[in-house]
Design a protein around this ligand. Structure first.
Ligand code: TYD
Length: 220
């Protein structure tokens, strides 16, 4: 794939969704499907994705950190993201890569700004500073009933500090995501309450169609 002629950079796609909607499974399937088609995929995950970011991630998700202030939580996510953008995402884009992010700024807008009540605009401001204003070219939002989604998670592994929040918080997360998607054509909603293969087909189709609109329909 050649770098975008107009911007001389690659493309940036993020995957978003509430806990337990199958986002990580879909992320892996998408990466593999695009790689199999010859795209120079560059996967990153949040929070974390760099040595410094992984330390921040451990601090944020540790269930022992019960007293963490909401603003501190939002700033830690933004700090991990700032590191990821500077160390990995911008260099990859400069090399014309197709960056795929498992969560990005929209997670903070929804989890901290909306559901935790810090205010979407306040969190947007902090993240604008952290990322230098870098946003994805396309975001796919996996949407599913949060209570059913959490049921999928419970047996798999012990829950982290964010996942331990109650059902009302998770419903706020879903509502926040859907409101963002309504306001921003960058975000496409995909029904994730279906079989893995059906969701994957729609995710892949959404990405391939987007790549076509950017003149990247045929990989090289
Ligand atoms: P993780 O184990 O990566 O979950 P997932 O597989 O669902 O992405 O943990 C990330 C948790 O952090 C998840 O509950 C969502 C939450 N989160 C925020 O609250 N704000 C953020 O900005 C990000 C990136 C994640």
């Amino acid at each position: 794939m050649k770098p975008d002629r107009q911007t001389q950079r690659g493309l940036f796609i993020s995957l978003e969704g509430g806990d337990g909607v199958g986002k990580s499974t879909q992320f892996d399937l998408l990466c593999r499907a695009l790689e199999a088609r010859g795209w120079p995929v560059f996967p990153v995950r949040e929070p974390g994705g760099t040595p410094i970011g992984e330390k921040v991630r451990a601090m944020i998700l540790d269930p022992a950190n019960k007293e963490m202030a909401p603003a501190a939580e939002a700033l830690l996510y933004a700090a991990s993201r700032a590191q990821l953008v500077g160390e990995r995402i911008r260099p990859a884009l400069a090399q014309g890569k197709l960056v795929l992010a498992d969560r990005y700024v929209d997670s903070s807008l929804v989890y901290q700004g909306h559901a935790l009540g810090l205010g979407i605009e306040a969190v947007r401001g902090v993240n604008g500073f952290a990322t230098g204003g870098l946003l994805p070219d396309l975001t796919l939002l996996l949407d599913a009933d949060p209570d059913r989604a959490m049921h999928n998670l419970t047996s798999a592994r012990p829950s982290d500090r964010i996942e331990r929040r109650e059902s009302a918080y998770r419903r706020q997360v879903r509502q926040g995501y859907l409101a963002l998607a309504q306001a921003d054509p960058r975000i496409k909603v995909i029904d994730a309450g279906r079989a893995i293969d059906d969701v994957h087909r729609d995710v892949l189709e959404g990405v391939l169609e987007f790549l076509k609109t950017r003149g990247r329909g045929v990989s090289s």
